[in-house]
Write a protein that binds this ligand. Structure first.
Ligand SMILES: [Zn+2]
Length: 277
């Protein structure tokens, strides 16, 4: 059984361990890495959409060192507290660092659940699937957040960590009363990194938390100082940020000169509940 639906016709998919098949005969192979590719070529804006292999690998290495473990702990605990069973979706799961922490927290809580991790990058999905080889209640699928291969009103919880936000799709797949948990960078996040690269660094500002169709239940500030004394980790961190693509050569050169960095890993975890319809 699968919690996913056919991206072509929308019928429920069945997982026979080798492939996913819908009643109309559309079939999707499970890759040797353990994820299913449900991304239709019409939904792809590039031949290999999403993070490339180098970026996925850099992020996986960086996160595995625990720099953001305080955020992983908080998100896992918020998810475990707001979830009492059913389907939980990690929308934009990346290489599965947070997915796995949340999965472990829910397993520890002994609730009955199925987890879905979705990311548009096949490289990210391959990494994420590796973490769940032995888990028959977790499926990893390559798909777009803007076309989730997930049935209407089927999820009790969605977690989204720095991924693109698609209100319509999140609203569609969540049950009434289901929770939406989202992490965003807070004001002081990586302010020293930004100061090193830019002449006039700006702080992150969140002016309005409201999301149509959802009640905002509150936010948790999660921050701590991190110290990085490995230039490779500093580069990995920078490649994870949106600034990476916006920074000119001068900024990159400044960054390459940094041998250590003391900075704030400052986040907000926002919690919403889907209004009854
Ligand atoms: Zn189908």
């Amino acid at each position: 059984m699968s919690r996913l639906k056919c991206p072509v016709c929308g019928e429920k998919l069945d997982n026979n361990k080798k492939s996913y098949v819908c009643p109309k005969g559309h079939s999707f192979d499970i890759s040797s890495k353990g994820y299913v590719n449900l991304l239709l070529s019409s939904q792809m804006n590039a031949k290999l959409p999403g993070d490339n292999k180098m970026m996925v690998s850099a992020r996986a290495d960086f996160l595995s060192k625990g720099y953001y473990s305080h955020l992983a702990d908080e998100v896992s605990s918020v998810a475990a507290n707001s979830f009492s069973g059913g389907v939980i979706l990690d929308a934009g799961c990346g290489e599965g660092y947070y997915t796995e922490k949340i999965y472990n927290a829910l397993t520890k809580k002994s609730v009955s659940f199925d987890m879905i991790g979705i990311d548009i990058s096949k490289f990210a999905c391959a990494r994420a699937a590796r973490r769940f080889r032995e888990a028959d209640n977790c499926e990893i699928a390559a798909a777009s957040i803007f076309h989730l291969p997930v049935e209407d009103d089927s999820c009790s919880c969605i977690v989204t960590m720095f991924a693109p936000f698609c209100r319509e799709e999140f609203f569609r797949v969540l049950k009434s009363g289901g929770s939406l948990i989202m992490a965003i960078p807070a004001e002081e996040h990586l302010i020293n990194l930004k100061s090193a690269v830019y002449d006039e660094p700006y702080k992150n500002h969140t002016a309005d938390y409201s999301v149509e169709g959802f009640d905002f239940l509150g936010s948790h500030r999660v921050s701590r100082e991190i110290f990085i004394d490995d230039p490779v980790d500093i580069q990995s961190l920078f490649s994870m940020t949106p600034y990476y693509y916006k920074t000119g050569r001068e900024g990159h050169e400044r960054l390459e000169k940094l041998t250590s960095l003391r900075d704030m890993a400052d986040f907000e975890v926002l919690v919403y509940r889907k209004k009854a319809v």
